[in-house]
Design a binder for this molecule. Structure first.
Ligand SMILES: Cc1cc2nc3c(=O)[nH]c(=O)nc-3n(C[C@H](O)[C@H](O)[C@H](O)COP(=O)(O)OP(=O)(O)OC[C@H]3O[C@@H](n4cnc5c(N)ncnc54)[C@H](O)[C@@H]3O)c2cc1C
Length: 240
């Protein structure tokens, strides 16, 4: 008999889904036409739909799975104004031209402001806390890279970042493991699935309070071969 390596409380679904479970909702007819079709109903798709609705632009969001099925309800919930820009998937520093890095950081800084404003103004209940972040340096070289990036991070993203040398890192973390590190004050964390839930409520409200010609709609539901279903429908849970 194969021993069960999992604890009896183990579940294969993300922990966050206990607070918000992605759901297809009620499917109704798709609009026959829309000015903009947004493919994918994650943070990116819903934020786009929300912005379009505010600008009075008719849009439809096409989602192949349940609403919130993707990375937007499965992530770590760490929010910063771009501290990871320039980091590759392997964790190594990627080669980004300085002008491009500056533009990306500036956009990331705006995104932080937008999330912060949306949560406060729209009262999205998602455990949003802005307590800053300590990024420990794995190696001496990593620490040197952090030191080099500091000025750009502060000038382009207003990160309020500062270096913590190794001999002072216990002021931030109860460990001597790292080679010092970087504190990013303009940084926070949230419950990713509850933030998604709030965003979908907002997108729905924006759609239903707009004139019919301005409506955004969301189509959701399992689609064959993972493709979006053009003839599916929209979810009343998100857009009315
Ligand atoms: C494990 C993990 C941890 C992470 N931690 C963090 C973090 O701490 N901080 C941070 O800022 N970011 C983090 N991220 C990244 C963050 O989650 C993503 O950048 C963000 O959720 C992307 O949003 P999205 O809307 O682009 O994609 P998604 O949320 O993935 O949404 C895309 C949607 O498109 C749908 N779709 C795909 N193809 C089609 C199609 N053909 N037709 C219709 N629908 C389609 C999918 O079903 C999906 O629902 C993490 C990601 C992962 C995976």
């Amino acid at each position: 008999m194969v021993p069960d390596i999992f604890h009896r409380d183990f579940t294969p679904t993300p922990y966050w889904w206990e607070a918000y479970t992605p759901a297809a909702g009620e499917l109704v007819d798709m609009p026959r036409s829309a000015r903009v079709a947004v493919v994918g109903g994650g943070y990116a798709g819903l934020s786009t739909a929300l912005e379009l609705a505010k600008q009075g632009i008719d849009a439809v969001v096409l989602e192949a799975n349940e609403l919130g099925f993707g990375a937007s309800t499965r992530n770590g919930g760490a929010v910063s104004g771009g501290v990871n820009i320039g980091k590759s998937f392997t964790g190594r520093t990627a080669d980004v031209e300085p002008e491009r890095a500056e533009r990306l950081l500036s956009d990331a800084s705006d995104a932080f402001g937008l999330i912060n404003r949306l949560i406060a103004e729209e009262e999205i209940d998602c455990f949003w806390e802005k307590r800053g972040r300590f990024v420990g340096a794995w190696t001496k070289k990593h620490f040197e890279t952090q030191t080099r990036r500091l000025a750009l991070l502060n000038s382009a993203a207003q990160s309020g970042a500062y270096i913590v040398p190794r001999q002072r890192q216990r002021e931030e973390i109860a460990s001597d493991y790292y080679f010092g590190g970087l504190v990013v004050e303009r940084s926070g964390k949230l419950h990713p699935a509850l933030y998604y839930k709030g965003l979908s409520r907002l997108a729905g409200d924006a759609a239903s309070s707009s004139a019919p010609r301005r409506r955004s709609r969301v189509s959701a539901g399992p689609a064959p071969n993972g493709a979006s279903r053009p003839a599916a429908g929209r979810s009343r849970r998100v857009m009315s």
